[in-house]
Design a protein around this ligand. Sequence first.
Ligand SMILES: Nc1ncnc2c1ncn2[C@@H]1O[C@H](COP(=O)(O)OP(=O)(O)O)[C@@H](O)[C@H]1O
Ligand SMILES: [Mg+2]
Length: 433
Amino acid sequence: MKVLLVGNGAREHAIAERLAEDCELYTVMSKKNPAISQLSKQHWVCDIENPSEITKAVEGIDFDLGFSSPDATLAAGVSDALAKAGISMASPSKDAARIEWDKGFMRKLMDEYKIPGAPKHKLVNSLEEAARIINNYGSVAIKPLGLTGGKGVRVSGDHFTNISETVHYAEELIKKDGLVLIEEKLVGEEFTLQAFCDGTRICFMPPVQDHKRAFTGDKGPNTGGMGAYSSGKLLPFMLESELEAAQNIMRSTIHAMKKNQTPFVGILYGQFILTANGIRLIEFNARFGDPEAMNVLALLKDQLSDIFLSMADGQLDNANFSDESTVVKYLVPEGYPTKPVKDVAVTIDTRSIESCGAKIYYASVYEKGGHILTTNSRSFGILGKSTTLANAEKIAEQGCKFVHGPVWHRSDIGTKKLTDSRVSHMAFLRDKS
Ligand SMILES: Nc1ncnc2c1ncn2[C@@H]1O[C@H](COP(=O)(O)OP(=O)(O)O)[C@@H](O)[C@H]1O
Ligand SMILES: [Mg+2]
């Protein structure tokens, strides 16, 4: 089977690895990922946000299946262009991916179809109204509607210390985009729930908790994600009924998307927050998370290519996952995220990584003169998997030691100390309410 994959991060390395198990893999990348290119029968480097460049590059090969992975490619209509070229696509159309690239569309869909789990929210186009809503809600999240690479949303307390700063940011966004989304600020524990979708049916993957903050103890600036863990069917701080509430929100959303004439075929990523008052939806993404893809794909018992095919055909049946735990730690360049050292060589002791049971996924690095060099983004994801979370964490931590050079990672991700603090945070919030 010939499969085409678009994208070149660690997330795509994990996808590529699973697809290459039983398929002939072809890849389109914006920069050559040394590990993905090794897994590929053929690869192309081009502007992956330009659909016609991609279709031109891959012309002449009869693909059985295609998957475009990064958010920006979906918003650019890459799935649509490849579908038009005759490829069966397992990633969402531009209209379906709107659930991610237009937060206003997402909230309106939830309102219209009475999908539970939305915080109080308002789409606003005037400064007066923005000021009124901000004063009314008190603590808020101010959100641009489009894709911002995780850098657009600002939250009271984290980014604003007073109302006038908050109103000022809302004004800035109204001037730029004509519209801003204002939501009440939610307090709780965030987690990710990803699912395979075929337009009608949905199959859930195990829940994962990501860590956006740069430094130990969730301090410092936000990043693309420093690492994530999963602990089987549930995360340590949640109840089964709470996971079911999150699943119900996603199931209802897939039904709503179908009724809305924008059926969702692809990976639906629900970003949730568990509050003292139950589950709330922060946002949807139309793709795997990065790092969360590495956590869940390591647990998938079925062939990924079979699942993708069934999604593209509208015949999704089941997806089976092992109950093991996983921990992914991202190795990032020294100085990341504010002043990353780029173009610096790192050496990878692959054999030692393998022998300690860890796996390495290549993110934003490149090859030159036989060396692997860093860029200003995250460098490698190191995965540990085991029957216990403690052991998975140990394996990931050990694996990190075998990449030599100016890179660092958050050693607290997946540790008992940190997961216990999540549990006590939730217990505290539940008690208080
Ligand atoms: N209503 C909210 N209350 C509290 N925090 C929020 C809220 N909405 C977003 N956030 C915080 O801001 C982050 C980014 O918001 P999100 O809607 O996921 O946008 P994006 O990922 O596109 O930047 C979230 O991960 C969460 O930590
Ligand atoms: Mg988000």
